[in-house]
Write a protein that binds this ligand. Structure first.
Ligand code: F6P
Length: 256
């Protein structure tokens, strides 16, 4: 709040753009670690961006987590019947039902009065089932929709926090610590340089499939506690828009 009073949000945004090397950043006031309404404000910002840019019949792929759930909560009907389709970006990643990408995609569709398709993938997924599922026509069909999505909405988490929330086995957590994992997004774990150090085996969008020409990636992540995670992700992670909060932005700037 201190820096905000002196500088204003636009100055904060400008400075953060330089540090994270991003063209578009929106910062909402507050700290989402402390107040749920701050997550809802980020959600509102995300929804209004989508409403401005989503064209009829386009597909939106979403990840899971509480921030994406807040985006879904804030979704309202597209008045001009854009008939958009919502799909989960990836299969199960160990989230509770309300935080699963499937649940969030379905809720967004309901609130936007659009359509949805879901991806049913056992979680955790063995190597053998992975290979078998990748041959299922129903899975292939949804995967094509995901790969053809025009918008990808995703969250970022702190690596160890996410691993623990997912009840990840202790040997993997050990590996994450050894590899100095800092952030997580899409089931990928990244170190401080933004290199991938671990991947959760599931079906769905792979980061190397991203098509910069046809896909708009919107990252929504805030809270003082995500400072290092956000910085780590943006060392290499691509995004067309970061929606964050004041507490995360100030912490990142302070640490520079
Ligand atoms: O598990 C899905 C996911 O989107 C992760 O990729 C991300 O790290 C996390 O959720 C963010 O969760 P939250 O918004 O609850 O902090």
């Amino acid at each position: 709040a201190f820096m905000h009073d002196i500088m204003g949000m636009d100055v904060l945004e400008k400075q953060l753009k330089e540090i994270l090397q991003l063209d578009n950043i929106m910062i909402v006031p507050g700290n989402s670690d402390e107040h749920d309404w701050v997550k809802q404000e980020m959600g509102k910002a995300c929804v209004s961006f989508l409403k401005k840019h989503l064209l009829p019949n386009q597909t939106v792929a979403v990840t899971g987590g509480t921030t994406m759930a807040a985006v879904a909560d804030m979704m309202t009907p597209f008045k001009d019947k854009r008939d958009c389709l919502f799909v989960p970006a990836r299969g199960g990643l160990g989230e509770k039902e309300e935080g699963q990408a499937n649940t969030i995609a379905a809720k967004m569709a309901r609130q936007a009065e659009g359509r949805y398709r879901l991806l049913y993938v056992p979680d955790p997924l063995s190597e053998i089932s992975y290979r078998t599922m990748m041959k299922e026509p129903a899975v292939i069909e949804v995967l094509k929709l995901i790969q053809g999505s025009s918008f990808i909405l995703h969250g970022i988490g702190d690596a160890i926090t996410m691993a623990q929330r997912r009840k990840t086995s202790s040997d993997i957590i050990q590996k994450l610590r050894e590899e100095k994992a800092v952030s997580e997004a899409f089931g990928y774990y990244f170190n401080g340089e933004g290199n991938i150090v671990h991947k959760v085996r599931t079906i769905g969008l792979h980061m190397d499939d991203w098509n910069e020409n046809s896909q708009t990636v919107i990252t929504v992540a805030g809270g003082r506690s995500k400072e290092k995670a956000i910085t780590s992700y943006f060392k290499q992670g691509k995004s067309n828009l970061l929606i964050t909060d004041e507490a995360a932005a100030e912490a990142i700037l302070r640490d520079e």
